[in-house]
Design a protein around this ligand. Structure first.
Ligand code: F6R
Length: 245
């Protein structure tokens, strides 16, 4: 695991965008695994700026998002489909037909998850997986548990995740209680992984991810076993990791 410290959110976002755009420059038809949430917004904004300057071309790129709320249509402003269009896809020259997000509008969880899994497997998994990390160490919506999950599956969100995500909804009751998420095994099949984290609220999770025991109680800790995983975190998120200068 490579750990890169930077001073703040903007620096973290620029470094992450550098790595993503290098991947696309080296392999124009790269398969990118993408994340939603607050953390990657700055990286997406930076990528949009570079696209506008003609420095990076997404025309051959395909994308596979980690997760989606169960029960939300693609047009629902709270859906991750919508988030990706608003924050990234609508601003670059990616072909929307090449962008993939689990289908939250399909209430048949087994079918929705199996077909997403089949899709990611059929393309040979992603070249670069971008990840944020939850305050409780989750990746995607893989919450702390007794065992690591494997493929795409339906999860009941924990109280802590519902609370953390409620800031993006009008009322806490509006936060969906279930989501479809890529499993830990699928995430680990990415050829490279890039985790980004900022802010003090993430400090314990970042410490546990990078230096704790590998345990399903901290799903992100399994990333220590990936052969090509980079963590980019700001000073606040690394405040409990004095060994990283
Ligand atoms: C989102 C996702 C989640 C978030 C995590 C951090 O697609 O998979 O694991 O990365 O909850 O969220 P933020 O960035 O909002 O702190």
């Amino acid at each position: 695991m490579r750990i890169i410290r930077c001073k703040d959110y903007d620096a973290m976002s620029r470094k992450a965008a550098n790595i993503i755009s290098a991947q696309v420059i080296m392999k124009p038809n790269a398969k990118l695994g993408l994340a939603t949430g607050t953390t990657p917004i700055g990286a997406y904004q930076q990528l949009i700026k570079w696209y506008e300057k003609d420095d990076v071309d997404f025309s051959q790129v395909s994308t596979y998002n980690l997760d989606e709320y169960r029960g939300l249509s693609h047009e629902d402003p709270q859906s991750y489909h919508y988030f990706m269009r608003k924050n990234f896809f609508d601003h670059v020259n990616i072909d929307l037909a090449n962008t993939h997000v689990p289908d939250g509008s399909n209430l048949d969880a087994d079918e929705a998850c199996a077909s997403y899994d089949e899709l990611v497997k059929s393309v040979g998994y992603v070249d670069l997986q971008l990840l944020g990390i939850g305050n409780n160490g989750h990746i995607g919506f893989n919450e702390p548990d007794e065992a690591f999950s494997k493929g795409t599956h339906c999860v009941d969100l924990t109280e802590s995740t519902i609370q953390a995500n409620s800031r993006l909804f009008e009322r806490e009751e509006d936060v969906p209680r279930q989501a479809y998420t890529m499993g830990v095994q699928t995430i680990m099949r990415a050829r490279s992984i890039l985790v980004i984290a900022n802010g003090e609220a993430k400090a314990q999770a970042v410490r546990d991810m990078c230096f704790g025991r590998v345990t399903p109680h901290v799903p992100a800790s399994i990333l220590q076993l990936h052969t090509n995983c980079t963590v980019i975190a700001d000073d606040a998120a690394l405040s409990l990791c004095p060994e990283i200068k």
